[in-house]
Write a protein that binds this ligand. Structure first.
Ligand SMILES: [Zn+2]
Length: 305
């Protein structure tokens, strides 16, 4: 769906006003838009390395899936150590990282280029694949074939990790944070959007009418943004140092847009895992309730052409 020009202008105004709270980060995301209709220029960046950093290096949040209480700090450390050799978490994290290597140029894998319908459909597709692998694992388990069950469960965690990547990229690669941050009194007021559920997909469509966009990536396809849409390089919040990531929001205690994106991506990830473990109890049975999960791992580079 293409945005009406008026809707886009409204979004640009929100983006511009959201970016001027901090003079040190006054590079307004909206004022440096790269025309979406510009011919592709520059060279496609090389894929990021197909490596997954050690859990001890990245110290990711440890989430308790379908638990009443998150782990406390001491327990957190112990649980993380226990996950170092967990093959399911390895597979989940591998998928999170490898999406950028193997699906680098596909808009749908990263919520790029305003390709919202395909990005949401792709998450559904990946969860359908998870379901198939869990079915295969269940059959293998019932047939007493532990090796086949193990192999199928690993595949299920891989598909789930791929779905988590897109779910997290939604917050880093769209102006969802910018559209909500100014109206919120605290970060937790910002609703967590769940693109794998029908209500989340409906919400995305509503927000598109209200100016939701994602960044224009000249080397990604397909490209569905209206002409003049801000570039991925200027909108992305994958790290604390990107133009948009370092912008701080005055009414949210000067929290950076990167931190807001991280918070939302982590909450959405936990909700997706809650749903997945509820729908497929076998995943929780083999893995346990603890999951270590990297957030916003996209390292494809954010340079503009
Ligand atoms: Zn990505």
């Amino acid at each position: 769906m293409r945005l009406r020009p008026s809707a886009f202008l409204a979004a640009a105004a929100i983006l511009a006003s959201g970016a001027v709270h901090d003079s040190s980060a006054s590079a307004s995301a909206a004022t440096k838009a790269t025309p979406a209709s510009a011919p592709s220029s520059g060279v496609k960046p090389p894929p990021p390395p197909a490596e997954v950093p050690d859990l001890r290096e990245v110290k990711p949040p440890v989430l308790c899936v379908n638990c009443d209480q998150p782990f406390d700090t001491i327990t957190h450390k112990k649980v993380l150590e226990g996950l170092l050799n967990n093959p399911y978490i390895s597979e989940l994290r591998k998928a999170l990282y490898l999406q950028d290597t193997y699906h680098q140029f596909e808009s749908k894998a990263h919520f790029d280029n305003c390709d919202f319908d395909s990005a949401a459909a792709y998450i559904t597709e990946l969860l359908d694949e998870t379901a198939k692998h869990v079915d295969a694992a269940t059959k293998a388990k019932n047939g007493g074939d532990k090796t086949a069950m193990e192999a199928a469960i690993l595949k299920a965690f891989f598909s789930l990790g791929q779905a988590l990547h897109g779910t997290q990229d939604f917050y880093a690669h769209t102006n969802y944070v910018e559209l909500h941050a100014l109206k919120a009194k605290k970060v937790t007021d910002i609703p967590v959007l769940v693109p794998w559920r029908a209500e989340g997909r409906t919400r995305i469509k509503e927000l598109q009418q209200a100016g939701l966009i994602s960044g224009f990536v000249f080397w990604g396809a397909p490209q569905k943004c209206p002409s003049g849409t801000i570039s991925h390089g200027n909108l992305a919040k994958d790290t604390a140092t990107t133009k948009s990531g370092k912008v701080v929001v005055a009414n949210l205690q000067n929290t950076s847009q990167y931190k807001i994106a991280v918070y939302l991506a982590r909450e959405a990830s936990l909700q997706l895992l809650n749903d997945a473990f509820k729908q497929w109890p076998l995943l929780k049975e083999v893995n346990g309730e603890a999951v270590a999960l990297d957030v916003l791992v996209d390292r494809r580079g954010v340079d503009t052409p």
